[in-house]
Design a protein around this ligand. Structure first.
Ligand SMILES: Cc1cc2nc3c(=O)[nH]c(=O)nc-3n(C[C@H](O)[C@H](O)[C@H](O)COP(=O)(O)OP(=O)(O)OC[C@H]3O[C@@H](n4cnc5c(N)ncnc54)[C@H](O)[C@@H]3O)c2cc1C
Length: 464
């Protein structure tokens, strides 16, 4: 990048917050997806006005701007395919206010999800969206990806918990939308900002809905001798009108891998386990547990283990939360696929995924946010092996098509990014996509913000 421009950026953010050496850029050239692409410069602003100046400069110089949190996204959302400036918000990480009377928290964009959870827990509160990446993923990244997590089955995904936002638009102006209550007039701009993947604006502050911690929580690990039975039990529980706080599924390879890696006490001979958590008033839990246990037994559960105390509950969750990390023991690279199907199509989806991976000779394990029909096959491979990498890409394409054919979608919570752009045509007609492009155009007429994402192919007049 032009030295004069670097100097201007250093004047805005300070020398120590601007990186343009090739080694630094390499460190920012990937996220948790298969994609790679290097920006020309990375800046780490510390104030809203710095972001404003950065965006104004980028617009004047016609430089793409890629907002970034911790880059844990699994879809290539923070890759810079056309070069440009990465604005990483991780140094704006203050919790500005926790107000339990209004049940809101005000945060800067780079606060880690878990840091907020810890601060809230001290006051008897929690923030419902709890992506498994919560130790390091940022709240702006959660909003921009409309992140989900185990507890989103009962409480909803991030969009249901953001009541207001400040952002810097592509015109370099500061906007404030929504507010401190969920009920604000006019178009729901807060809603559409969630899941916009950095293509509309740079989020600079969030107003989040927080909730009192439930009076009691109960967690069980249920083992099944075959996958169909576990998947059918999931549908049966929800059909009975019980909405657990979480309803997670792990297959045998995931179970064995977390046992080896994390020494958790999971049944290594089970074909699948469900981790089922219910919460609410203490008095209501015993009867719900009995009902869930009965349904699981009717569907062939071989073992039902109820956590007796908080230590056992934490131990049960350790395996699920550490599953992705543990899978990296199998091969150096992995893809976490993210599709959804209607719950009652889960058995069929899992069988088809098995056939696809078997035919392509792909090693994989499966995690599900099963209550939501959200499927995460984890495909492990070695990216230095071109043939294996090509088979992985083919496998992902076939799995996406399978999800759509079964009435589902190509992504449940990980976003479209670069990885699923082409697959958008499986779901949306050219006219549907044009409606989305028009919306992007309203927010970002010059296509400065995170270009080369979401849309299969941008119209020429939108391109830089
Ligand atoms: C081990 C692991 C487990 C995961 N588990 C889950 C899970 O359970 N549920 C789930 O939904 N996801 C999960 N993810 C995916 C990922 O953690 C989420 O998408 C998360 O919300 C990304 O947050 P981040 O801070 O890393 O954002 P990044 O990856 O840095 O960015 C994500 C997107 O947000 C945009 N963005 C970032 N900051 C801003 C900003 N200030 N303004 C505007 N746009 C911005 C970026 O441009 C990009 O498009 C997991 C990932 C990993 C690696």
């Amino acid at each position: 990048m032009d030295k004069k421009l670097i100097k201007k950026l250093q004047r805005i953010c300070g020398r120590e917050n601007v990186f343009s050496r090739s080694l630094d850029l390499l460190l920012y050239s990937y996220d948790a997806s298969m994609e790679k692409g290097s920006a020309d410069v990375v800046v780490l602003p510390q104030t809203v006005s710095q972001i404003q100046e950065l965006v104004r400069l980028a617009v004047a110089e016609r430089i793409p701007v890629i907002a970034r949190g911790s880059a844990t996204n699994l879809s290539g959302g923070t890759i810079a395919p056309q070069g440009g400036m990465v604005i990483a918000c991780t140094r704006m990480n203050r919790i500005l206010e926790i107000n339990t009377e209004d049940q809101i928290a005000l945060v800067e964009p780079g606060v880690f999800n878990l840091d907020l959870q810890k601060a809230l827990a001290e006051k008897g509160y929690f923030f419902a969206p709890d992506p498994a990446s919560q130790k390091v993923s940022t709240l702006a990244g959660n909003a921009a990806m409309n992140a989900g997590g185990p507890h989103c089955l009962k409480y909803g995904v991030t969009v249901n918990h953001v009541t207001g936002l400040d952002f810097i638009g592509a015109d370099g102006e500061l906007y404030s939308i929504g507010g401190r209550t969920a009920l604000t007039p006019g178009y729901d701009l807060t809603g559409i900002m969630n899941g916009s993947e950095g293509t509309f604006a740079i989020i600079t502050r969030l107003v989040l809905r927080i909730m009192p911690l439930p009076e009691a929580v109960s967690t069980m690990l249920v083992s099944f001798a075959d996958i169909d039975s576990a998947a059918n039990a999931v549908s049966a529980i929800i059909a009975r009108g019980i909405i657990p706080a979480t309803l997670e599924f792990m297959d045998n390879l995931c179970i064995r891998t977390v046992v080896q890696s994390l020494q958790v006490d999971y049944p290594v001979d089970a074909a699948a386990v469900l981790i089922i958590e219910i919460d609410g008033p203490e008095l209501s839990l015993a009867s719900q547990n009995q009902e869930i246990t009965a349904i699981c037994r009717q569907h062939g559960a071989s073992d039902v283990r109820l956590a007796k105390d908080e230590a056992e509950r934490t131990a049960l969750w350790a395996g699920r939360r550490g599953a992705l990390g543990a899978m990296t023991r199998l091969k150096p690279s992995l893809v976490v696929f993210d599709g959804t199907v209607p719950r009652n199509r889960l058995p069929e989806a899992l069988r088809t995924i098995h056939t696809i991976c078997h035919e392509l000779n792909i090693q994989y394990g499966t995690l599900l946010h099963a209550g939501d029909g959200n499927i995460h096959p984890i495909l492990v491979y070695d990216e230095r092996d071109a043939d294996e990498t090509a088979r992985i890409r083919t496998g992902c394409e076939q799995i996406m098509k399978t999800c759509v054919d079964l009435g589902g979608t190509i992504t449940g919570e990980h976003g479209v990014g670069m990885e699923k752009m082409a697959a958008m045509t499986l779901l949306f007609s050219p006219r549907d996509l044009e409606a989305m492009r028009k919306l992007k155009h309203v927010f970002d007429p010059e296509n400065i913000l995170n270009p080369g994402k979401i849309f299969p192919q941008l119209r020429v007049d939108f391109c830089l």
